[in-house]
Write a protein that binds this ligand. Structure first.
Ligand SMILES: [Zn+2]
Length: 491
């Protein structure tokens, strides 16, 4: 198991340090690994390290193995010399070629030995990438093949080289979870979640979240997770919030080839851009017209550089958000970039229980930004806590000020989406939240859920609610016996 230490967490996201022994470097995660095609380098690896701060990159060991000339040079000089890259280098094994072309001509032992010989820092056995939506039977059989190859990989002497254990299982959560548990138990180092590219290509972010959530259930918290093929900056915040640590981007170069310009909220075609909405060196040095006027090669390189800049910038922004405890606020903004991203975020919130475990108990200020905020792990945690608070015999829950009558033993505040809490907790996280004056139904319903938890845990107490004009449909969700007063009604 790799040396991977978690420094900070927020929701399911984490900042970690992955030690890569062969190059003796520490990679801070979440990390973006640019994909380098050994035959075509749109941006040189040396430039990736110097200009972009790349600490790790990934290249295709199978292409190097099967390309005469490259293979000899890699064996003679080593991968780091060949690519002229000072950081860590991970190698893929050709599983992608396998999935594209049906077969490759190399065994697990051979490809691992080769990756070790050329000086790879992180090697990958040949797994079977099972596409989404295949029958359970087929996914299970292919997973068995992957697990057999992982078993072989476990017997190969790989020295200090770290080993990937790809987690497959198609769109079957039970298989993904079992595959992850098996790989984690076998002591591999890094866990790439494979064959999700077809889902991302079809914008099926909700399915991506289900697949990752299932895999995460089978892995320990100390397992570094690589979301294989996730190279679009639009989805980094979502992927990090799910607990993914490593990303690989071939997108920066592939998109550039087709004149596509990446942004954190989607892809634009250079043709449709009147202005460049970015301040990276490429976009400050050129206007959109100037970019269009460049020769094909120079335009491709310029777009690739821009695409990498926005990708690394988003990774830095995400790390900053984790440190500040605002990852979910960032994600909530990103989730507005496309309806399918919103589906992804909503699915992530279905798994808020899992995020609750790694979410810090205290951070900055909770911002209520949309109906989705009502389902955040902090709201869940408060509702859980309500079952353990001691409640007086006659309690008034109110959106108004403290009650001055003797009719109650105490009056607690009610704040949607959290629901009730003793006034003494008003300044604690997350209850000192910033919420809009014009709240929404999701927040009110969450507050009702909180009140319900309190009432059901204290059947002996008499509990009343003073609210500011909550709709009858929301109030109907309260348990029987809770008396309500509309504080906005005319007296
Ligand atoms: Zn730019």
């Amino acid at each position: 198991m790799a040396q991977f230490e978690l420094r900070r967490t927020d929701a399911g996201g984490r900042i970690g340090e992955l030690y890569v022994p062969r190059s003796d470097v520490v990679v801070e995660t979440p990390a973006l690994m640019p994909v380098v095609n050994p035959n075509v380098q749109t941006i040189s690896p040396a430039r990736m390290a110097e200009e972009f701060g790349a600490e790790i990159l990934i290249t295709n060991g199978y292409i190097i193995h099967s390309t005469e000339g490259l293979r000899e040079r890699a064996l003679a000089e080593g991968l780091h010399e060949l690519l002229e890259f000072p950081g860590a280098i991970a190698t893929d094994s050709g599983s992608f070629q396998l999935s594209e072309y049906g077969e490759i001509s190399v065994s697990t032992e051979e490809i691992l030995a080769f990756q070790r010989e050329i000086g790879s820092d992180v090697a990958t056995p040949v797994d079977v990438p099972t596409p989404p939506d295949v029958p359970h039977e087929r996914a299970r059989e292919e997973l068995e093949t992957t697990e057999e190859r992982l078993a072989v990989a476990g017997t190969v002497d790989t020295g200090e080289m770290l080993l990937n254990a790809p987690v497959q299982g198609s769109t079957h959560p039970d298989l993904r979870e079992a595959a992850a548990r098996h790989a984690y138990g076998a002591g591999f180092d890094i866990f790439p979640i494979g064959a999700v590219v077809p889902l991302m290509n079809e914008y099926r972010y909700a399915d991506v979240v289900e697949v990752v959530a299932a895999a995460k259930r089978g892995l320990g918290v100390d397992a570094p997770v690589h979301l294989f093929g996730a190279g679009h900056p639009m989805m980094f915040a979502l992927a990090v919030a799910m607990g993914c640590d490593l990303f690989d981007s071939a997108a920066y170069a592939l998109y550039a080839r087709d004149d596509r310009y990446l942004t954190v909220d989607g892809t634009r075609h250079l043709e449709e851009l009147a202005y460049l909405p970015c301040s990276c060196p490429v976009c400050t040095d050129h206007t959109a017209d100037e970019l269009r006027a460049l020769s094909d090669d120079r335009r491709e390189e310029a777009l690739a550089a821009h695409n990498l800049h926005v990708s690394f910038e988003e990774i830095r922004r995400i790390k900053g958000a984790i440190r500040e405890g605002t990852l979910l606020e960032l994600l909530e903004t990103r989730a507005r970039s496309h309806p399918t991203m919103l589906d992804g975020y909503r699915t992530l919130l279905d798994h808020a229980g899992a995020a609750e475990r790694s979410d810090p108990v205290s951070k900055g200020t909770f911002f209520y930004l949309s109906g989705e905020s009502a389902r955040r792990p902090e709201v869940r945690r408060h509702h859980g806590r309500l079952e353990r608070l001691s409640v007086p015999e006659r309690l008034f829950l109110t959106e108004g000020g403290p009650s001055s009558t003797d009719a109650y033993d105490a009056s607690w505040r009610v704040l949607p989406p959290f629901g009730p809490f003793p006034r003494a907790l008003s300044r604690t996280y997350p209850l000192a939240a910033e919420v809009p004056d014009r709240t929404d139904r999701a927040a009110l319903e969450a507050a009702v859920e909180g009140i319900t938890r309190l009432v059901e845990s204290n059947p002996e107490s008499e509990i009343s609610l003073g609210h500011r004009g909550w709709p009858a449909g929301v109030l109907a969700g309260l348990p029987d016996g809770v008396e309500t007063v509309d504080l906005t009604a005319d007296r």
